[in-house]
Design a protein around this ligand. Structure first.
Ligand code: ZN
Length: 354
């Protein structure tokens, strides 16, 4: 469920998206933050600055918190894997201003989910544990195509995090495509570093900036942003002044990537069919799974039978049954008599992919 920590109404773009998805999601109950308890305990007597700071703090929460019902605490487990993040029970202690204050004061370290649980994200980020130039190369690409990335958490031997804060929440599916495009421009193997959100549906999370890193080897360093003095107040005020990035622009690039990937897939299919056509061997030689959009159902795969499709049926796309190893397939239309013979199916597929 989409939850806005600052009680603002959702942006139009999101409304449209959510309406398409599920009309019942809006309006949702937005949990009130504990304003009174959540005052930032910062030693500052200047009232104007206090107001600026309070506004910056709210902006920080609103920018990073995709959902308030789930968060993670970075806790140290001393096994051979070092440290990992522990999931805190849903809803028992939802995200509040107090929680974020505790994070900033260093009492605890909060990791935040990369999506709202409905496939939308207010930010995307890259995480590099290596001392390489990957983040620098990605930053260079992002800047070159007009974006404003923020580096954070850099320390000796580790590049840290790089964040792209978005003006309105973006579909995670588009962000994943956008990452593939950026990595290809930067000539980086996208598996060499982590990208968030990691997936559309699964929960992935990243340490919230400005907190204390709990890993013993991190020496309790904080996740400071590059570009501002290392104090919580200065960093919050600096962050508030940073421009957000256009989600619309991200989506346009994601679309370009989507088309490029579809074309590449078509080309690869063509090649495979040509290879098959050259080989006048048995039907077993054909890699049927690479030629159709199949989905796993139990022990086999289902796909639309191209012969059925050509006759205007098999709208459910389940007449073509493929064995688990992809070696055997048949159309179940017409029962055991097999109205559509495998050779006919292959002939249609070769024409489609020519
Ligand atoms: Zn058929």
């Amino acid at each position: 469920m989409w939850q806005s920590p600052d009680n603002s109404s959702p942006p139009q773009h999101l409304m449209t998206l959510m309406t398409q998805h599920d009309a019942t999601i809006f309006p949702c109950v937005i949990p009130q933050m504990e304003e009174a308890q959540g005052e930032l305990a910062l030693d500052d007597s200047n009232d104007a600055r206090k107001r600026t700071l309070s506004k910056s703090f709210s902006g920080f929460i609103s920018a990073f918190i995709n959902r308030t019902d789930v968060w993670f605490q970075q806790a140290v487990y001393r096994d051979k894997f070092g440290c990992f993040c522990k999931k805190v029970a849903n809803g028992a202690d939802p995200v509040s201003r107090r929680l974020i204050v505790n994070h900033l004061s260093g009492d605890i370290t909060v990791c935040v989910p990369a999506t709202n649980g409905e496939g939308l994200a207010k930010w995307c980020a890259w995480d590099s544990d290596l001392d390489s130039d990957h983040l620098a190369r990605i930053a260079a690409v992002l800047v070159a195509i007009g974006f404003h990335p923020l580096k954070e958490g850099r320390r000796e031997g580790r590049e840290g995090h790089m964040w792209l804060m978005l003006d309105v929440p973006a579909p995670a599916a588009d962000l994943l495509l956008f990452n593939r495009l950026v990595c290809s421009y930067a000539e980086i193997d996208r598996n060499a570093l982590e990208f968030f959100p990691k997936s559309v549906n699964k929960l992935s999370q990243l340490r919230l900036p400005l907190g204390v890193h709990r890993k013993p080897e991190a020496n309790h360093q904080r996740g400071w942003f590059d570009g501002a003095p290392k104090s919580i107040a200065e960093q919050l005020i600096w962050f508030a002044a940073q421009p957000k990035n256009s989600t619309e622009r991200v989506q346009r690039l994601a679309n370009a990537q989507r088309i490029a990937e579809a074309n590449a897939l078509r080309q690869a299919r063509k090649k495979r069919v040509r290879r098959f056509a050259n080989r006048v061997g048995s039907l077993e030689a054909i890699d049927i799974l690479s030629l159709v959009d199949a989905r796993r159902v139990g022990d086999e795969f289902y796909a639309q039978c191209p012969a059925c499709a050509a006759e205007g049926h098999d709208r459910h796309a389940d007449n073509l049954r493929i064995s688990a190893d992809g070696k055997k397939f048949c159309c179940v239309f017409g029962g055991p008599a097999a109205t559509h013979k495998s050779r006919e199916i292959v002939r249609i597929l070769s024409k489609e992919n020519r």
